[in-house]
Write a protein of this length. Structure first.
Length: 272
């Protein structure tokens, strides 16, 4: 499968916060502009930035001018299109470097990747999505082209359900109620009760498995990672292509691997 468009939506503030006098609308607009680049992942014209960000042209112009002056956006002399500058990488590097979870999980996932030679991921929840924060690619041809920072919906992904299964019922139902439960493939589960039943199976067996629900040709297995208090923190995920792998083979060979890796990370987090 070719590279996919990022599914991240424009940032949505909580309604209770927007009425607070401390809430800065100008900062919100800045992140709406930055999210336009995150959504398309290609150079954009000002017209495209306005459309994707959802803010008026004059405000978009001021934000783009400011970000360019600060060095976070650059403009091509040849095409006049705008793109994010390499300076934006500083934030991603700081995020990874400052996280104890990533420090603990990195060596464990790298060892799993070397052993199974398949794509191994660490994902964290962000709203109604999971974000791929660490990714160790397969040594084989892969079915889905994702990268660190990619977002996918919780409801139809193995890591999403591995996390959803260990949230309290009210929170899990709220996430499903506010998610766009659309069929991404012919096998995508979109009924909230069916998804919650799948989550119950996750709790019973210790891992989540999805068969081509987010992408055609992608089989994914995942297990939850817990923090020192026992709250679900993240999920370990191995994704493999069909027909090189079958569901039965994934359950037999890879499910124990992701459970073992997730348990090792959880133990290390509790011991820190």
């Amino acid at each position: 499968m070719n590279a996919i468009e990022n599914t991240a939506a424009r940032p949505k503030p909580r309604k209770e916060d927007t009425g607070d006098g401390r809430f800065l609308g100008s900062v919100e607009k800045t992140f709406q502009v930055l999210s336009a680049f995150n959504a398309k992942r290609k150079p954009l014209s000002l017209t495209e930035i306005v459309r994707l960000s959802g803010i008026e042209k004059s405000a978009a112009q001021r934000v783009v001018f400011t970000l360019r002056a600060l060095g976070y956006i650059r403009q091509s002399e040849a095409t006049r299109l705008y793109s994010l500058s390499a300076r934006m990488l500083e934030f991603g590097a700081s995020f990874i470097a400052s996280s104890h979870l990533h420090e603990v999980a990195g060596p464990i996932l790298e060892a799993v990747n070397a052993s199974c030679e398949e794509t191994v991921n660490l994902t964290e929840r962000e709203g109604e999505d999971v974000v791929y924060v660490l990714r160790y690619p397969s040594r084989h041809v892969v079915s889905v082209d994702l990268s660190s920072g990619s977002r996918l919906p919780i409801y139809c992904t193995a890591p999403g359900r591995a996390i959803l299964a260990y949230l309290d019922d009210e929170e899990a139902r709220r996430i499903l109620a506010t998610s766009d439960l659309k069929s991404r493939t012919p096998t995508t589960k979109t009924d909230p009760e069916e998804i919650l039943e799948a989550c119950a199976r996750v709790r019973a067996q210790g891992y989540s498995l999805t068969n081509q629900e987010a992408f055609v040709g992608d089989i994914s297995v995942s297990a939850p990672v817990f923090d020192e208090s026992g709250a679900v923190l993240a999920a370990v995920n191995i994704a493999v292509p069909w027909p090189r792998w079958s569901v039965e083979r994934v359950e037999a060979e890879l499910a124990p691997v992701v459970v073992g890796a997730a348990n090792a990370i959880s133990l290390a987090m509790r011991s820190a």
